[in-house]
Design a protein around this ligand. Structure first.
Ligand code: URA
Length: 231
């Protein structure tokens, strides 16, 4: 490992060039984290838990106040080895009742968005920042996000996707540890622990603002192009 400033600068320059060649145009600014490091792509560690182990660990979870009003823990679903993950905000009414992510009106739109790039819903993995429904569909609060996020990180490690699409403000802000707006983040490529992360508008936002669909279509075309490169 380099220990003089010139070598460190050279290593950093080479790593940034590698990210650029992989299509990554911007890196997240860590506003709250003490860890300022950029993590290179990681090989699966022997300590990676399986999705079943993570789900078991979450059974009956009372780590935050959302447990008081939830019906079900919406763990996530899809291909356990998906190349592409979609990450939303948190379950709504329908998801809480059915125990599955994105099954309500926004979910139906997400399914269409997935199919628009010639994928089936079952081929990707769909999860949320928080796994229990915030009462009245309010945004999850920082303490709730903090309690739940480690489980999402473990899911990401277990699945090992090459691309993450963050759906909406809450998802993009939590994953990138930023307070930037979704409008300023969407369409840009970020590095999340060596994985390409592309924020886009949330399908629920598109239901209220159909004009945003054009931007989401651009983002989906970018994802399709990456998938074509990877296949
Ligand atoms: N909105 C989300 O962010 N997630 C869901 O699972 C459903 C709606």
């Amino acid at each position: 490992m380099a220990d003089n400033p010139e070598e460190i600068k050279e290593d950093l320059r080479a790593y940034l060039e590698y990210l650029q060649s992989a299509g990554i145009e911007a890196l997240p600014r860590r506003e709250h984290s003490e860890d300022e490091g950029i993590s290179p792509p990681q090989a699966a560690s022997p300590n990676v838990q399986t999705l079943e182990m993570i789900q078991k660990e979450l059974a009956g979870c009372k780590r935050c106040k959302l447990h008081r009003s939830r019906r079900t823990i919406v763990f996530g679903e899809g291909n356990p080895k998906a190349t592409l993950m979609f990450i939303g905000e948190g379950p709504g009414y329908d998801e809480d009742v059915q125990g599955r992510p994105f099954v309500g009106a926004a979910g139906q739109l997400l399914t269409k968005i997935i199919e628009s790039i010639k994928l089936r819903r079952e081929e990707v993995y769909i999860a949320n920042i928080v796994k229990c429904r915030p009462p009245g569909n309010r945004n999850p609060q920082p303490d709730e996000v903090k309690a739940c996020l480690p489980f999402l990180f473990k899911q990401i490690e277990a699945i090992g996707p090459q691309i993450i699409c963050a759906l909406g403000t809450v998802s993009a802000q939590a994953l990138l540890d930023t307070r930037a707006t979704i409008s300023s983040l969407r369409g840009k490529v970020f590095d999340f622990r060596g994985i390409r992360l592309l924020p886009t508008f949330h399908p629920a936002y598109l239901l209220r603002n159909p004009d945003g669909k054009k931007a989401v279509w651009e983002d989906m075309k970018q994802i399709r192009a990456w998938l074509n490169e990877l296949l």
